[in-house]
Design a protein around this ligand. Structure first.
Ligand SMILES: *Cc1c(COP(=O)(O)O)cnc(C)c1O
Length: 414
């Protein structure tokens, strides 16, 4: 990208950004929650829309001069509705965690009981972890995956739900590679009169492209980030049934947030426009094909994948059998120019700062145009790095191979 004013006026900041751009170009991004936005999305974010205050909603703002801003917000809403078959959409949430805070605020009082997936079984901090606002404000009880199969045990979910009678059930994850049975969750919630909340932050793009089942028509409320598989700017949206529209809107503003970030709203609209195109379906299909090819190659090389494979864009690898742990693996892979995130495995014997596994995903490498053959190569590099993690010469030569692969598949600039 060209940043002429920035370069001239503030070379210190410009130079750091240049180096990060180079790093992104020359390294492989396997962090499952990351992606590369299109130049059009980037351009929308760098616009004068950032100058505006527009607390409130279209037609009902607390500041003047919002007629144009109203149009961009309504366009983003209209596209999101079409993309997810939603009755009501709020496009103002600043990011995934504040979106979830707004959802809880809309439906719950502090101290209310909520059922969510355990963090070390693939859940998210904002689904009731004790260090997070969610776990401090609300009384979370948690379900997990079956330790043998690695799959969410719906009988256990039902048993806990009937016993604990939570006011809300949360479905969704940050590190789980199987499809979720949304209807089953809804049936269980209906038995006890609980609200259903799906957090599709990770899989929203795959759902928009109809490669994974959509909870929006089934659940009361659904939140998602816009920057993961959906490939938009950092941010989030909340979707709900029309009957909850008012309480969701009031929870976002004035409940949780002040003014929306209108430049980001514009970029969300651009990303939704991209996701509505047929190319996005092809992209999403390839994400899943790539993840499945990657999983198969890991299995061929003797790795244990939690749940034995993947239906989506990610997988969690247990490194125990490879004689290493998450932090050490992260370091070795960083040395060869591959970014992954360390991850807990279900009932991890190791602490969260240095868990037994890593999580890898394919959204970013798929955006670069890589396919199954490249996934095999990448798994090979990872395996060699983990098996030779103290051999600096070997790691150096792997780094060169990673860079050569990246140069063959540049981050799209069109
Ligand atoms: C990423 C994620 C979030 C949080 O999003 P931020 O934008 O990082 O706050 C919330 N829920 C789930 C399931 C996520 O994966």
């Amino acid at each position: 990208m060209k940043y002429d004013h920035l370069k001239q006026q503030d070379p210190a900041v410009w130079e750091i950004i240049e180096r990060e751009e180079k790093r992104q170009n020359e390294e492989l991004e396997l962090i499952a929650s990351e992606n590369y936005v299109s130049p059009a999305v980037l351009e929308a974010m760098a616009t004068v829309l950032t100058n505006k205050y527009s607390e409130g909603y279209a037609g009902h703002r607390y500041y003047g001069g919002n007629a144009v801003i109203d149009e961009i917000e309504l366009l983003a809403i209209e596209r999101a509705k079409k993309l997810f078959d939603a009755e009501h959409v709020n496009v103002q949430p600043l990011s995934g965690s504040p979106a979830n805070a707004s959802v809880y605020m809309a439906f719950l009082n502090p101290g209310d009981k909520v059922l969510g997936l355990k963090l070390d079984h693939g859940g998210h901090l904002s689904h009731g972890h004790k260090v997070n606002f969610s776990g401090r404000l609300y009384n979370f009880v948690q379900y997990g995956v079956n330790l043998e199969t690695g799959i969410i045990d719906m009988d256990e979910v039902r048993e806990i739900a009937l016993r604990e009678r939570p006011k809300m059930i949360v479905a969704g994850f940050s590190a789980y590679s199987r499809e979720i049975d949304w209807q089953k969750f809804k049936d269980i919630a209906d038995e006890i009169g609980a609200y259903t909340f799906a957090d599709i932050a990770h899989i929203a793009g795959l759902i928009a492209a109809k490669q994974i089942k959509n909870p929006v028509p089934i659940f009361d409320v659904v939140s998602t980030t816009t920057h993961k598989t959906l490939r938009g700017p950092r941010g989030a949206i909340i979707m709900c049934k029309e009957k909850y529209a008012k309480q969701i809107n009031s929870a976002v503003f004035p409940g949780m947030q002040g003014g929306p970030h209108d430049h980001i709203t514009a970029a969300k609209a651009v990303a939704f426009g991209e996701a509505l195109k047929p190319e996005f379906i092809e992209y999403s299909k390839q994400i899943i094909k790539n993840a499945q090819a990657m999983a198969q190659e890991f299995i061929n090389l003797g790795y244990r994948i939690i749940s034995g494979g993947t239906d989506n864009h990610l997988m969690v690898l247990d490194l125990t059998s490879k004689g290493t742990v998450g932090k050490e693996a992260e370091k070795a892979l960083e040395k060869i120019g591959i970014s992954i995130s360390r991850s807990t495995i279900p009932n991890d014997p190791n602490p969260p700062m240095n868990p037994s596994g890593i999580r890898v995903g394919t959204p970013a490498v798929t955006t670069r145009g890589m396919k199954e053959a490249e996934m095999k190569l990448i798994v090979g590099y990872i395996n060699e790095a983990l098996e030779n993690k103290t051999d600096e010469g070997k790691l150096d030569s792997l780094k060169k191979q990673v860079k050569a692969l990246c140069n063959k598949f540049p981050i799209p600039t069109k």
